[in-house]
Write a protein that binds this ligand. Structure first.
Ligand code: ADP
Ligand code: ZN
Length: 751
């Protein structure tokens, strides 16, 4: 992704007066803005949120600029009114146009991401009702669900007051919050209110103190201090991109906190993008320790009220620091001064549905549009970012050492061709011995397997039939603890059938291969005295459960943790000294462009959990391919050589970041229609120098959510204006009804 400039916009102080024409962008997948006429007594400016008539309803849109159409004046409808919300900032409007043009999406579809909280545009409602447990409890019919609600409902003994005088009592919770905390439907809450088990009280929340940038940070090492100073100097100095490349445990967070303090001191807002924000309890805790306040969080686990308040607080400038997932990029910051993308290599920054965009890359665009600095932090930077450093587009700061003298753990390969695994077992003798040793020393161990559930495949021993998702080209994954089979692509759920759907044999199903649940079973049998826990995205019921588990691990209430990639990210467990990677080869299958790079990043991150404090760490990596370049690189710790070789391969193949790539996914419910459309698309493919079109080929997930899928790949030299080429190509194509063509610029997922 290379920044190429932005569309020009009228000056933001332009005013539109009654009878002027304005272009209004609506949060809908339309080709562009619609023209409206400014109403009597109105005075509008670009960015204003307004209500307009649309067909026979009303819609809220944003004034995008001066109107231009030649539509007869009487055909142009009038703006109804302006909403009392701060205008959408110019930089965000330009980002929306930029993202739309870059990803070949309708600008209105991008605007929709920035207007994801319609309630935030309405005038603030009176404080909503909160609920506390009634005291005394009336005689009511008790169900397990009701009991759970009453367990999490705050007690009513002391009235909670906003002035904090009786802050001992937990504040009331909204109905939505109660339902979420208790894991029940909203109906249960309503029923309990009607029965008198819950008592409504006004929901007044205490003011949360904001971050205080004046507080002193920790004493930094010389290395950290130098990096922090370099970052501080960029604040207020215009656009810049700096890669903060530091080994795991080097203190990158503490270092970028210093830049954040400077930006806050200059009165700017700061945005921090984190992958898996719901799992970032430790980050929040550290932020609190450093700044004595809380940032505004932004992610999909937030309730409606929090989203509404958060959006508003950002728009009004009250939110000084926002920490969030990729969608936080589209919040309406009026004075953003710094963006930090932590774990910038993480694949979850790429949004794969709806508007397909990469949040790291668009963060750089956002920064460019506002002339502010971006910090990209990672222990294992993406090849894209490294190429940008090498080309001199990004600066780089390096932290080669762990904080406090902790040493980087060595990675030892366990060659599974030599250490054969017994049947139905996934732990080799050397790994078992290492775990025993670690536990005996009173330290903690982590067994890492990046696969959720009990077994990735269930087959019938009588006929060999494999249980498959009816809507996807995918096996159903057994989740034994939940008693379910699940498709990891569409979420389809079923119970294990009693008889084989193919041969009718009963009780002949056998699980094949391990997921974390099954691995935990083996671990429990082998290490019966260890206190064991499983950590996977589906075993955690929400951010709170995740935070609790992380806490228990940090307090050493767990000896042996079995987990998927959710354990790899960011956690700091001082007593964790052994990491066992159970299947190092898992990510290498499939021939994905970035398979080796991702494996290197993920396994380095996991390995980086070991030995982060006083006790040195050890990592055992089980693999059947010890000679593969990525394994050798992990064992030798020679990241530079690995990246250099990877870069050479990609350069030779003309692949990103040395060439451009775009994917076209043709999909629909009817396989023949999809095939025909894909064939037609291939026939119309551009035949120009420096452009190569591959496919159509059935996507690896040839059937996904009931839609058949074919892929075409456009590969082009860097100088080719890919968007223009694609636009020309697609404009020649007549897309039949029922078929959809999705464009994925810079694809990361090849499923
Ligand atoms: P990274 O993000 O590079 O993996 P962290 O920022 O998580 O590293 O730092 C690792 C641990 O070391 C954290 O617990 C952090 O609080 C601590 N740490 C880092 N630098 C310092 C410092 N200068 N003073 C005190 N503690 C520090
Ligand atoms: Zn499915």
């Amino acid at each position: 992704m290379v920044f190429t400039g932005a569309n020009s916009q009228p000056a933001s102080d332009a005013a539109f007066l009654p009878d002027d024409r304005v272009a209004v962008l609506l949060p809908l997948p339309l080709a562009g803005p619609y023209d409206y006429v400014v109403g009597e007594g109105q005075r509008l400016a670009p960015g204003d949120f307004i209500r307009v008539p649309l067909a026979n309803r009303r819609a809220v849109g944003v004034v995008w600029g001066a109107g231009s159409s030649d539509l007869a004046p009487e055909k142009c409808r009038r703006v109804i009114d302006r909403l009392k919300v701060p205008p959408l900032p110019e930089a965000l409007r330009r980002l929306i146009d930029w993202v739309a043009a870059y990803t070949l999406t309708a600008p209105g579809a991008v605007l929709k991401m920035a207007m994801s909280v319609p309630a935030a545009l309405e005038p603030p409602a009176p404080p909503p009702a909160g609920y506390v447990a009634a005291d005394p409890q009336p005689e009511i019919k008790m169900t397990p669900a009701r009991r759970r609600v009453l367990e999490v409902a705050p007690a009513s003994h002391a009235d909670f007051r906003a002035d904090g005088n009786e802050a001992q009592a937990a504040p009331p919770l909204s109905a939505g919050e109660l339902a979420r905390e208790a894991g029940v439907g909203i109906g249960v809450i309503k029923g309990l209110v009607e029965a008198g088990g819950l008592k409504p009280v006004p929901l007044i929340r205490p003011a949360v103190p904001g971050p205080d940038w004046r507080r002193p940070g920790p004493a930094l090492s010389d290395e950290q201090a130098a990096a922090a100073e370099a970052l501080r100097r960029r604040i207020g100095g215009g656009f810049s991109v700096t890669l903060l490349d530091g080994v795991t445990g080097s203190g990158k967070t503490e270092v970028y906190f210093e830049a954040m303090a400077r930006a806050l001191g200059q009165g700017c807002q700061v945005l921090v993008l984190l992958p898996e924000i719901a799992l970032s309890a430790q980050w929040l805790e550290r932020f609190h320790r450093r700044f004595g306040g809380a940032p505004t969080q932004w992610h999909s686990d937030l309730g409606d009220a929090a989203r509404r308040d958060g959006w508003r607080a950002v728009a009004e400038g009250a939110a000084r620091v926002v920490v969030g997932a990729r969608s936080a990029l589209f919040l309406p910051y009026p004075d953003l001064g710094l963006i930090i993308v932590d774990e910038e290599h993480d694949a979850s920054f790429k949004q794969e549905e709806g508007v397909i965009y990469h949040a790291r890359d668009m963060a750089v665009v956002r920064a460019r549009l506002s002339e502010i600095p971006v910090i990209l932090a990672s222990a294992t930077p993406s090849l894209e970012t490294q190429a940008n450093v090498q080309a001199g587009r990004y600066a780089k700061l390096h932290l080669p050492n762990r904080h406090g003298g902790a040493i980087m753990p060595g990675i030892e390969l366990v060659d599974l061709r030599r250490h054969l695994l017994p049947r139905q077992s996934w732990l080799s003798a050397p790994l078992v011995a290492a775990v025993e040793q670690t536990l005996a020393a009173g330290e903690q161990a982590l067994l890492f397997l990046n696969r959720r559930g009990y077994a990735p495949l269930t087959l019938c021993r009588a006929c060999g039939y494999r249980l498959q998702c009816p809507h996807c080209t995918a096996w159903l994954v057994e989740h034994r603890s939940a008693g379910k089979l699940q498709c990891h692509h569409c979420g389809y759920l079923s119970r294990l059938p009693e008889a084989c759907p193919n041969c009718r044999a009963e009780d002949r199903f056998a699980p094949c291969g391990p997921g974390v649940e099954r691995l935990a079973e083996e671990a429990a049998a082998r290490f019966p005295d260890a206190r064991l826990a499983v950590m996977a995205s589906d075993t955690l019921t929400g951010p709170r459960a995740a935070a609790e588990l992380v806490d228990r691990m940090a307090r050493h209430e767990i000896d042996l943790l079995v987990g998927t990639q959710v354990v790899a990210k960011g956690h700091h467990f001082p007593l964790l000294t052994l990491v066992g990677v159970v299947d190092g080869d898992l990510g290498l299958a499939g021939g994905d462009l970035r398979a080796a790079e991702r494996t290197f990043q993920l396994l380095s991150q996991v390995a980086g959990r070991a030995g982060r404090a006083a006790h040195p760490g050890r990592v055992l990596l089980q693999t059947c391919q010890p000679d593969a370049g990525v394994m050798a690189a992990l064992a030798s710790g020679d990241a530079e050589r690995f990246y250099a070789a990877e870069a050479e391969d990609r350069r030779g193949a003309g692949m990103p970041p040395f060439g451009k790539l775009a994917a076209l996914i043709v999909s629909g419910p009817d396989a023949a229609a999809v095939d025909a459309a894909a064939g037609e698309l291939a026939r119309l493919a551009p035949r120009e120098p420096d452009i190569e079109v591959l496919g159509p080929a059935p996507a690896p997930l040839a059937l996904l959510r009931g839609r058949h899928r074919r892929r075409l790949l456009l590969k082009a030299a860097r100088r080719v204006p890919v968007q223009a080429v694609l636009r020309r190509w697609l404009s020649r194509m007549r897309v039949p009804a029922g078929v959809r063509i999705q464009v994925d610029i810079d694809p990361y997922s090849f499923v």
